[in-house]
Design a protein around this ligand. Structure first.
Ligand code: GFB
Length: 317
């Protein structure tokens, strides 16, 4: 087991949904958490990233930094999603090698798998078919990061591993309606429809796609668990293994979480994206980890946070 006790651990991307949750979780490991703001270190600049890592020499690195967004942002900003994610992965992984970082975890995503992968998706489905067009730019960059971890392990023996989180949600998420993922978007829409007494709220697409959702605190716990117990070239899915239709999710958020009883209008001009995305979590289970936050409990906790932080949460893109 790779203990994190007294280690210097860099969480790249500590201000995001995942990075914040990782920092909260790592506080229990009695390690020294290193963080850098965008102002202190530009992760897109190779020279700066190398200089910072060679100077700070962390023992461990978690790459939670990424340009992320929902289906609309991915589909409309292909250059940003490809360039920024490739640079972040390339700069950090190479510099971590130069700085002799003992262990590194790269966070990929289940959207790196082929659009029509057999369900539930096993890790071996990687690179066996065409990607979902709405997020292929993001996926290509993430696949490059996964391959870098594998290549550096093969050529240099670096202990760099990759995990594939499923769709995530939780406190500190992005609630901007254009760039967010489905859960924060529907939560905000239902909340605002309830407050204004609107007769209906809009749900993008047909409502038929199936998605798997994991609370970000579960994800952070799984990352720390895998980091300490797993070393190898194979990637590891992190999810619940259970999915829900977008239509049922919208009903759950509106009725059971927010308490909005108006109609749900499905907007077919918006893309559905991949028809189904549920991960096979056998590998993770075999390592000994399982999630502890069920969807309704996680949604209610996220909504409580959203209400408490309504003014700031709305503004974060
Ligand atoms: O969460 P989401 O944007 O990401 O959308 P993806 C999931 C599904 O929810 C899609 C539908 O079928 C959307 O059309 N949906 C319904 C909505 N209403 C809304 C809404 O108001 N906002 C949003 N955003 N969706 C992303 C990838 O795909 O998954 C990323 O693009 C990333 O690369 C992420 O990997 C995990 O699951 O479709």
């Amino acid at each position: 087991m790779d203990s994190l006790l007294n280690k210097r651990v860099w969480v790249a991307g500590h201000r995001g949904l995942v990075g914040k949750a990782l920092c909260r979780r790592l506080e229990r490991e009695n390690c020294t958490i290193l963080t850098t703001t965008r102002h202190e270190l530009n992760l897109l600049n190779q020279h700066d990233v190398e200089a910072w890592l060679l100077h700070e020499k962390p023992d461990a690195v978690f790459i939670a930094a990424a340009k992320v967004g929902g289906i609309w942002a991915n589909n409309t900003k292909p250059a940003e999603f490809l360039y920024e994610n490739m640079m972040i992965a390339g700069n950090i992984i190479h510099a971590a090698h130069l700085a002799k970082v003992s262990k590194l975890m790269f966070l990929g995503s289940t959207c790196v798998y082929p659009k029509m992968a057999a369900q539930p998706i096993t890790e071996t489905a990687l690179l066996t078919g065409a990607l979902e067009p709405t997020n292929e730019w993001y996926a290509i960059a993430k696949i490059a990061g996964i391959k870098m971890c594998q290549a550096y392990r093969r050529q240099y023996g670096d202990d760099f591993i990759s995990v594939m989180p499923t769709n995530l949600y939780g406190t500190h998420d992005n609630f901007d309606l254009e760039s967010s993922h489905v859960i924060p978007a529907l939560m905000r829409k239902a909340h605002e429809a309830k407050m204004s007494g609107a007769k209906a709220m809009t749900v993008w697409g047909s409502g038929k796609p199936l998605r798997e959702f994991l609370h970000v605190d579960d994800l952070a716990d799984a990352c720390v668990f895998v980091f300490q117990r797993y070393s190898g070239e194979e990637i590891v899915n992190i999810g619940t293994g259970q999915d829900v239709s977008i239509g049922d999710l919208a009903t759950m958020i509106a009725r059971d979480v927010v308490g909005y009883t108006g109609a749900l209008d499905f907007d077919s001009s918006k893309p559905d994206g991949t028809p189904r995305k549920v991960s096979d979590v056998s590998r993770l289970k075999a390592l000994g980890w399982k999630p502890s936050i069920d969807l309704l409990t996680g949604l209610r906790a996220t909504y409580a946070w959203f209400q408490e932080n309504y003014d700031t949460a709305r503004a974060v893109a």
